[in-house]
Design a binder for this molecule. Structure first.
Ligand SMILES: *Cc1c(COP(=O)(O)O)cnc(C)c1O
Ligand SMILES: [Zn+2]
Length: 407
């Protein structure tokens, strides 16, 4: 059973059937899922959700699939870590880390969107899945296509970290390394998607894919005891996750699962690729594309597909935005690791660094609940901290050598 009525244009509101469509043929606005919320409300309450398995499908009425999920049965429901040590360091009272660096199976939040996208692609009858990726998406599409028994093509920029490349190759998809940046990869894939009958998870089935991100917000609220936090800081690449966090919280309110949404949303980007942050700081809704130059490769999208909506989300929520230099990103990674024992990738370094700045500048008050979105795992971006994480002590295998070296 499905609670999806169809697709709806975000701009002109025209309705479309549940098909692999993503853009309005009248105004070129993006299409979004249209749910029957009154019907969902009859079916879904806290008790029902809490009685289900701890994975992202516990909210399945709010996800756009008709039948039973075929992948992602162990994805999502990642820890919401109470971050006492980091809170103390930043001088704030109530701080949490939503830790998708340990999301099953490929250690990033992309396992959420891909679980939904691949289940939907199979429902649509596709036998091949594909994506344009900055790294983590390729990892997740590769792994979950293997699990679903589908053919798979992933397209990545040719300058990706070794860990991200291996973590796709190992699942035996066709990995296409494109000599260009993500925006060029995406342009090529849009052309390929128009010609081949493949499910490009973040192109022709993007509306379905993007819905998976809402589960990140559902879980935060559930894990806080059915309550939305006052502040959420989220990294932004294409700008989808950040808009879906806000949408997810408002859906919970609509269903009376939480009382209100006092949440301000903050966007974090790298200084070397900050088109969304720039727009927010300038107070201009025009997203000016940039040429990315940053170690945060997972966020290196110069022309973000949902940039305008990410901007609108931040402004509407009353939040703000900031960016982090490469040095600050490394410091952010080290700060999270040394205080909370969590090793995040460069995107997480961006988010921690930006959170620190927003607290120091007084944008985020020190006495309200704050959630930092950690979206990826540090073992995949080791290049970023190589030689910057301290030294090992090399000794001879005897106690003399040990004591001479350390004491
Ligand atoms: C893809 C990605 C993001 C951002 O996602 P968007 O929805 O494109 O903004 C954030 N963090 C990591 C680690 C990612 O891989
Ligand atoms: Zn339209």
């Amino acid at each position: 059973m499905s609670f999806v009525k169809g697709l709806k244009c975000r701009e002109c509101g025209r309705l479309f059937p549940k098909e692999p469509l993503y853009v309005c043929e009248y105004c070129f606005g993006p299409l979004e899922l249209d749910y029957d919320y009154p019907l969902i409300k009859k079916k879904l309450n806290k008790e029902v959700i809490e009685s289900r398995a701890k994975n992202l499908w516990r909210y399945k009425e709010l996800l756009p699939v008709d039948g039973n999920p075929i992948v992602g049965l162990d994805s999502g429901f990642t820890p919401l870590v109470k971050a006492h040590n980091l809170a103390k360091r930043l001088g704030v009272k109530e701080l949490y880390i939503k830790d998708d660096s340990v999301c099953h199976p490929t250690l990033s939040f992309k396992d959420r969107v891909v679980s939904v996208a691949i289940t939907k692609a199979k429902e649509f009858g596709f036998d091949t899945v594909a994506c344009a990726s900055t790294g983590n998406l390729a990892n997740s599409v590769s792994a979950q296509a293997a699990k679903a028994g589908m053919k798979c093509f992933v397209f990545i920029p040719s300058d990706l970290e070794a860990g991200k490349v291996i973590a796709s190759l190992i699942y035996a998809p066709k990995v296409i390394s494109v000599e260009g940046n993500y925006d060029e990869v995406n342009r090529l894939c849009t052309e390929i998607a128009a010609k081949y009958k493949w499910a490009f998870v973040n192109i022709n089935i993007r509306p379905y894919y993007a819905e998976g991100s809402k589960t990140f917000a559902y879980e935060i609220a559930e894990q806080l005891g059915w309550k939305a936090p006052k502040h959420i800081i989220s990294p932004a690449a294409g700008g989808s996750l950040i808009t879906k966090i806000y949408k997810g919280l408002h859906e919970l309110k609509k269903l009376d699962l939480i009382n209100d949404v006092p949440t301000k949303i903050y966007a974090a980007q790298a200084k070397g690729c900050a088109p969304i942050v720039n727009a927010i700081k300038e107070g201009s809704e025009i997203i000016k594309p940039v040429k990315p130059d940053t170690i945060a490769k997972s966020l290196a999208i110069g022309n973000p597909a949902d940039g305008y909506y990410a901007y609108k989300t931040v402004i509407e929520s009353g939040g703000f935005a900031d960016d982090a230099t490469d040095e600050e990103i490394v410091e952010g990674i080290k700060l999270l690791a040394s205080t909370e024992g969590i090793f995040t990738e460069t995107a997480g370094g961006v988010t921690v660094a930006v959170t620190k700045k927003l607290i120091e500048s007084g944008r985020i008050p020190k006495d309200e609940s704050i959630v930092i979105s950690i979206t990826g795992n540090g073992l995949k971006t080791q290049e970023a901290v190589l030689g910057k994480a301290g030294n090992v002590f090399r000794i001879k295998p005897d106690i003399d050598s040990f004591e001479k070296t350390l004491y």
